[in-house]
Ligand binder design. Structure first.
Ligand code: HEC
Length: 120
């Protein structure tokens, strides 16, 4: 066996080569675009989505309750916030919403209104 063959057959060299090839294969299989697109986890944004998800039960997917007059998705944030704060203070009459908004601070309602407004 030649010297070069002996070196290849050395288990330590083999393990090292295999490791290098595995790393190369993983890097090659991972498109850089996919890495760049992976969104950074944003707990605050996720929290707002969870709050808004509770609204969707009555106001429809993406806040669009077609034909019921209860569409809240994609409407101006100031309009939505005005209603929510109105329910909270009791200025606006409601059957349900005055209970629902009491669970949120004004800041949280502002964030919910901004999020719902962003749903196009
Ligand atoms: C249990 C059903 C229900 C849930 C859940 C609910 N809503 Fe409502 N929403 C209503 C009803 C019914 C009205 C009409 C006012 C009333 O009678 O309370 C309303 C009215 C509204 C209005 C005013 C719409 C308009 O044009 O006058 C806004 C804004 C609104 N809701 C936002 C929300 C948000 C934001 C959430 C989640 C935090 C939410 N709602 C959760 C039932 C619900």
């Amino acid at each position: 066996m030649s010297a070069i063959h002996q070196r290849w057959m050395d288990p330590r060299v083999l393990v090292e080569k295999t490791k290098r090839i595995t790393v190369l294969a993983i890097v090659a299989a991972c498109p850089l675009g996919a890495l760049a697109q992976t969104p950074k986890p944003d707990p605050a944004a996720f929290q707002v989505k969870l709050w808004a998800a509770s609204c969707m039960a009555c106001h429809g997917p993406d806040g669009r309750a077609e034909g019921t007059g209860l569409t809240i998705g994609g409407r101006p944030a100031q309009d939505l916030l005005g209603k929510l704060l109105g329910y909270k203070s009791g200025k606006l009459q409601a059957t349900i919403m005055h209970h629902h908004v009491k669970g949120y601070s004004d800041d949280e309602l502002t964030r919910i209104a901004d999020y719902l407004s962003s749903l196009k």
